[in-house]
Design a protein around this ligand. Structure first.
Ligand code: HEM
Length: 219
């Protein structure tokens, strides 16, 4: 048996931090009032995480790289017709599309939040930089369509993991916790040593700085 590092530590931390922040965003967004301070902070954190994941999609471990997401129609057909190689440990074709869609929906949701205004007590830090039309569009997206789109995609994501477990008996969750998958053939693993982790820390600091500059653009 071969134990293959599939999800490197930065990808796993990214995933569970995203889960915590998105959960917190739904709670604080529904609470309103003073909780909106936390809603803003969590929104900036999600933007930071997404920016980090964007860099990590180019520089991260083998299975976290966007270049290794099987997006071609040929991969989709192979997967749907049951000809998917056991040695492909990263996201499968449908998983890859759903992950990218989820990242995009979260990014649009966070950016819309930056320019939203509820016309009562809360307005995003960049709402004064754009026209009223953009503010209205962003606000209705953020509070209606975008919110439900993100919720729907998360629902599908979790449902797919449950279906995988029930229909194929495969648990996808433990590898997202400890990083490894086990199979009886050798295949490529994701580099996940201290050098890669330091590199990830540098990417994270860079992402925090970029989001800080973005959020303070109108100060
Ligand atoms: C707010 C809720 C959630 C969001 C936004 C979310 C988002 C994501 C994203 C973006 C990825 C891709 C990871 C990457 O390549 O960087 C992913 C993968 C994954 N997520 Fe979630 N997730 C959520 C909730 C959950 C929950 C509750 C579970 C556990 C039941 C879970 C289990 C997994 C697993 C196992 C994978 C890897 C799937 C695979 O093997 O292809 N996620 N998730």
């Amino acid at each position: 048996m071969y134990v293959i590092r599939t999800w490197d530590l930065p990808t796993r931390l990214f995933h569970w931090a995203l889960v915590l922040c998105v959960t917190g965003l739904f709670i604080t967004g529904n609470m309103g009032g003073d909780a909106m301070r936390w809603h803003f902070f969590l929104g900036y954190t999600v933007l930071t995480l997404l920016l980090f994941r964007f860099f990590w999609g180019w520089l991260g471990g083998y299975w976290s790289r966007f270049a290794h997401f099987p997006l071609s129609p040929r991969s989709v057909v192979a997967y749907l017709s049951g000809r998917w190689p056991e040695t492909h440990l990263g996201h499968n074709p449908l998983g890859s599309y759903s992950v990218l869609l989820m990242l995009l929906a979260l990014a649009v949701q966070a950016v819309a939040g930056l320019i939203s205004d509820d016309e009562i007590a809360t307005h995003g830090p960049l709402s004064i930089l754009v026209s009223g039309d953009w503010v209205s569009l962003a606000t209705s997206w953020h509070t209606q369509i975008g919110k439900f789109l993100v919720l729907g995609l998360i629902g599908l994501h979790v449902a797919a993991i449950v279906v995988y477990k029930v229909s194929k008996g495969l648990s996808l969750v433990p590898p997202m916790i400890h990083g490894d998958k086990t199979l009886n053939l050798p295949t490529v693993s994701s580099a996940d040593g201290w050098r890669e982790r330091l590199w990830a820390l540098a990417m994270l600091i860079w992402s925090i700085s970029l989001v800080w500059v973005l959020v303070h653009m109108a100060d």
